[in-house]
Design a protein around this ligand. Sequence first.
Ligand SMILES: [Zn+2]
Length: 137
Amino acid sequence: MADFWCKEHKVAFFKKGGMKGFAHPIGDTGKWCNMPEGQEPESQEPEVASTTAKVATQPEPMSKKEWADKDATTKVSIEKQQALKCAVELASAGVIPPVSTLSYAEVYYRWLKGDIEVSDEAVFKSLIEKHFKKKEE
Ligand SMILES: [Zn+2]
């Protein structure tokens, strides 16, 4: 118990029986000197203060990543609009059935996005060429 030393009274704190915490009697006064909180082994848990500090932190301005994410979202939106516009043009020109507009838009979008592999792109192009030939007929 030498770890829990009261510097003020130069005596060791102790804990026994129904005592709530470490303490020591102060001489013959009948009073007790309680060990300051934070000195007990139980208090060596992860600090709550740091967690609280995080919660209390003011909202930071948007980071570079957040801006990048926002830009990416905008880009996706623009690409989808472009893809849909292409598909709608094909549908309104009678090249594709109107019910297939969204399917074609998806193909356009995947192509714009770079999802479709080169081999797929060839298929895609032939598909489009076929439709444009059909349109010319
Ligand atoms: Zn003391």
